[in-house]
Design a protein around this ligand. Structure first.
Ligand SMILES: O=c1[nH]c(=O)c2[nH]c(=O)[nH]c2[nH]1
Length: 285
């Protein structure tokens, strides 16, 4: 029987790094979590314990901190690209680098219309994400948003679904639509103002969610992805994960009371899980 090593990668996860960027009149605070993974000529490391081509994961971690000193000044996409280029160009045994970065977002506090120069409030659980996958010939850059908790109190319906013996869900033309949205999109260029376009895409996603007359989570997911592809030619495709955070009207009938769509039980589990990728159709020739 012949046995050999299959696909493999190694690196460091959760390299947590904070940086103060000091401007003359205010500070910028950035907090990121970086992971690196390397693929390449590592067969003998696995089969023979030969570490001669291994860039230790501890060294990868140190590289992240040291390069951040000079090169983490703009978007996480720019820093991720710098890191992947660095690992690839300094390590001939490495054929592919995968960098992932999650940024925890903070906003400067504001008092009476004045933004404080160095005090911040967390923007909650929402994160800005990126992945850079680079080999000798190509690089793929994705950006995204994770843990974006969004909700609307109307303009959401769910009717017309299959009625069969196990169906008890009541049709509704007016429900709460709530989700913890994860969006990931792929750019088709490396020459993009990643920070500016990220804010714009985030705004397009939110605006579409807010103004869409939703017939289902599926339809809203598609509308959000479609809007991004329509407005931003730099985006090749977008994937969305939209768990349905159910808010079930509380039954007040046993108490002789009505509930005019005002009081709900927010249930954590089980939850609907709706995912989809929206792509550009190839032009047929
Ligand atoms: O928007 C929805 N899509 C579904 O597929 C579904 N299924 C369900 O029970 N509620 C909902 N809501």
């Amino acid at each position: 029987m012949n046995i050999k090593l299959g696909k493999n990668a190694y690196g460091k996860r959760a390299v947590n790094l904070s940086k103060i960027i000091r401007h003359a009149d205010h500070h910028e605070f950035r907090q990121i979590s970086v992971s690196s993974a390397l693929e390449g000529d590592f067969e003998t490391a696995h089969t023979m314990g030969d570490n001669s081509k291994i860039l230790a994961t501890d060294t990868q971690k140190n590289t992240v901190y040291i390069l951040a000193r000079e090169h983490f000044n703009k978007g996480i996409e720019d820093f991720g690209l710098y890191l992947s280029n660095f690992f690839l160009s300094n390590n001939p045994q490495v054929s592919k680098v995968n960098i992932g970065i999650e940024e925890h977002l903070y906003a400067r506090m504001a008092f009476d219309g004045t933004v404080h120069p160095h005090a911040y409030v967390s923007s909650g659980n929402e994160k800005h994400t990126t992945t850079i996958v680079q080999d000798k010939d190509s690089v793929t850059i994705t950006a995204g948003i994770k843990d974006l908790l969004i909700l609307k109190t109307t303009d959401s319906a769910f009717t017309g679904y299959i009625q069969e013996p196990y169906t008890i869900l009541k049709e509704t033309t007016d429900r709460i639509l709530a989700t913890k949205c994860e969006a990931t999109w792929t750019y088709n260029s490396v020459n993009i103002d990643f920070t500016a376009i990220f804010e714009q895409i985030r705004n397009t996603l939110l605006k579409t969610f807010a103004f869409h007359k939703s017939l289902s989570v599926q339809q809203t997911l598609y509308a959000m992805g479609e809007a991004v592809l329509q407005v931003y030619p730099e985006v090749e495709e977008i994937s969305l994960v939209m768990p349905n955070k159910h808010h079930i009207p509380y039954n007040m009938e046993p108490f002789g009371l009505d509930n005019t769509n005002e009081i709900f039980i927010a249930t954590d589990e089980p939850f609907g899980y709706i995912t989809g990728t929206v792509v550009r159709e190839q032009d047929s020739v």
